[in-house]
Write a protein that binds this ligand. Structure first.
Ligand code: AGP
Length: 623
């Protein structure tokens, strides 16, 4: 999630932009840049690393001007570097763009623009937008609408609007053109963009904290809307160019609340960002099925995927649980032998990993020491490594042969939530393409799976609507000292993950177990002091799960059960959490949501430091 700030007003823009970007630092970033328009020219300053590097550059080479754009970049396409930092410019350096989101069809647009002799300076998807607008301006000028001062604003607006007509994907973007002084044209689809309305000055930003010190009067753009921002005011349009009216709102949050978008904790904000994390991670990654995204983004050719003789999924904690789910998917969809183990165990075993194997390392941070060591070991023994990371340029991403990044944006809560959803989504995309490449998944089945994947964000939203019921459950159970989570088949890993969420933020002892294992020991634990959370959603092992519920009920446990809409209430369920009819194989991506919310609200009621639990770090970079 990049940070965007724009300003048009009567004060020097550069200091205001830097202040705004600092207010967005919490979003995480790896490089930053600003562009200021002054005396008909646009000056840019960009730097990788922290904002202090950009500040030092601006101190050395100051920027003067009253209209400007600023950006902090969280890399999705192209490594963190000055060249890849925004703002990006057109060939002539007369037009700059800043952008938050993912342009799905940037490669095909880039090829067409390159054929039109556009020269690109970066690896980013954003840069193609600057050149596309440049192309549209030429076309409009050629159509007799020569740029003259009074015409330049509508010319720029029309060029941006036409360019966006060719763009597919998510964007919050802003554009500055040297020949349209004082004007910022912006547009929003699927990524947040907010206008801050001041007195004789106006702001735009990806989040409210960037301008909250200057104004509390804001306009939240909706998908498919554009804004033309000038010192004296802002006008709004839809993408077909029609003028629209937008009603400003008064922001009530203080700055800390604003950074969490009004949520009490980053973890809760990130739980609610999961529909977007799922959408953004699968965006533009389905077709073509063969030699598609895996070739384009990872360099994994169909031929290579056909030759793999075994896959080994490695990770730690939540990332390991994501691998466990993918193990069932790969067996079912790609008909491949699959191992899944914790990286900390794998790296010290006399492992048989070797040539012809693909190791898939799952890691949010991309810096986990055990996972990094496991990747290096696997490669030393001749295997190839694919990293599923959330952090471009991280050690594991660099160590791997191939990368399939999740697009969740930075995750601040130590407890992994949206990153888990992103990992599962990326792994599902991999399984789809691997199964298709190996002929194990025919075209009709693959298309059906794509349709099911496209429904996931909506199912996650439905699960999030259960929060009031889950908050009530938390009130009843937050004083318990032990929990047991049980699941079967593809939801066994969700039992483990639900238990991990609870124990790591509430400090309640919680165990996840394969329900079929209860009678082999753990059932001795069950009595009326031990609540049991059972994942009883619709599945091929549903009858078996119902028997497990009977077992625990007979021993006096209080039973909290996840069920599927339309199914009969499981006998013995004291509390039933009803989830949408998500297809069984994909149900883990939805089933984890109520368990995350249960853990969060129990921990909050226990007064725990939910975002920074004791003894834990966000990234375990030591053994
Ligand atoms: C899970 O909530 C924890 N934050 C922890 O288990 C985490 O998943 C694990 O440390 C792996 O981290 P990574 O994904 O950054 O490699």
């Amino acid at each position: 999630m990049c940070g965007i700030v724009g300003y048009a007003g009567r004060r020097q823009a550069s200091p205001l932009l830097m202040e705004g970007l600092k207010r967005l630092e919490y979003r995480g970033y790896d490089s930053a840049g600003v562009a200021v328009l002054c005396d008909g020219k646009i000056a840019r300053r960009r730097a990788s690393g922290k904002l202090a590097n950009l500040e030092a550059l601006i101190q050395k080479e100051p920027l003067k001007g009253l209209v400007a754009l600023g950006h902090t970049r969280w890399a999705t396409h192209g490594k963190p570097s000055e060249e890849n930092a925004h703002p990006h410019a057109d060939c002539g350096g007369e037009l700059v763009v800043i952008h938050n989101g993912i342009i799905e069809n940037y490669l095909e647009l880039k090829e067409a623009l390159s054929a039109g002799r556009h020269v690109f300076q970066s690896e980013t998807d954003t840069e193609i937008v600057a050149h596309l607008i440049e192309e549209k301006l030429k076309g409009l000028a050629g159509a007799g609408r020569s740029p003259t001062p009074d015409l330049n604003e509508p010319l720029l607006f029309e060029a941006v609007r036409q360019a966006l007509g060719q763009v597919r994907g998510a964007y919050a973007l802003a554009v500055l053109w040297a020949k349209a002084p004082g004007v910022i044209v912006s547009a929003k689809t699927a990524s947040p963009l907010i206008i801050g309305l001041g007195e004789g000055e106006n702001f735009l930003a990806s989040d409210v904290p960037a301008f909250l010190a200057h104004t509390r009067k804001a306009v939240f753009l909706e998908d498919g809307e554009m804004a033309v921002l000038k010192a004296g005011g802002c006008t709004y349009f839809n993408l077909s160019g029609k003028r629209i009216e937008k009603k400003p709102v008064q922001i009530q949050w203080d700055r800390t609340m604003a950074e969490k978008s009004g949520y009490r904790h980053f973890m809760l904000k990130e739980i609610h960002e999961q529909p977007a994390a799922c959408e953004d991670t699968m965006r533009g990654r389905f077709f073509p099925l063969k030699d598609g995204v895996l070739k384009r983004e990872c360099g994994l050719e169909t031929g290579f995927l056909k030759e793999i003789r075994q896959i080994r999924l490695l990770g730690c904690g939540t990332a390991y649980h994501a691998g466990l789910v993918a193990k069932y998917w790969l067996e079912a969809l790609a008909r491949l032998p699959v191992h899944c183990e914790t990286a900390s165990e794998f790296r010290y075993r006399e492992t048989t990993v070797g040539p012809g194997e693909l190791v898939i390392a799952v890691s949010q941070s991309g810096e986990t020491a055990d996972t990094l060591a496991a990747v290096k070991l696997a490669k030393e023994k001749g295997a190839k490594a694919l990293a599923v990371c959330n952090t471009v340029g991280s050690a594991i991403a660099r160590a791997a042969d191939f990368n399939l990044f999740t697009h969740c944006g930075p995750e601040f809560g130590v407890a992994s939530t949206k990153a888990f959803i992103g990992q599962l989504t990326a792994l599902a995309v991999f399984c789809l393409h691997c199964g298709a490449a190996r002929g194990a998944l025919g075209e009709p089945e693959a298309r059906r799976l794509v349709d099911q994947l496209l429904c996931l964000p909506g199912d996650i939203r439905s699960a999030l609507k259960l929060e009031p019921q889950i908050k009530e459950l938390a009130r009843r159970f937050y004083k318990k000292e032990h929990f047991l989570f049980i699941g079967r088949h593809v939801n066994y890993a969700i039992a483990l993950e639900g238990a991990l969420k609870l124990k790591e933020i509430s400090y309640i002892h919680a165990e996840g177990y394969a329900a079929g294992e209860l009678k082999h020991g753990p059932i001795a634990l069950i009595d009326d002091s031990m609540p049991v959370v059972a994942i009883g959603t619709r599945s091929r092992v549903h009858e078996k799960m119902l028997s497990s519920l009977e077992e625990v009920k007979a021993r006096g446990a209080e039973l909290i059960c996840l069920g599927t809409e339309g199914d009969a209430r499981p006998r013995g369920a004291d509390s039933l959490i009803v989830l949408p009819q998500t297809p069984e194989l994909l149900s883990p991506i939805v089933n984890i949501v109520p368990l995350q919310l249960l853990a969060y609200h129990i921990a909050d009621l226990r007064g725990c430091d939910v975002d920074q639990p004791r003894n834990l770090a966000k990234s375990v970079t030591v053994e």
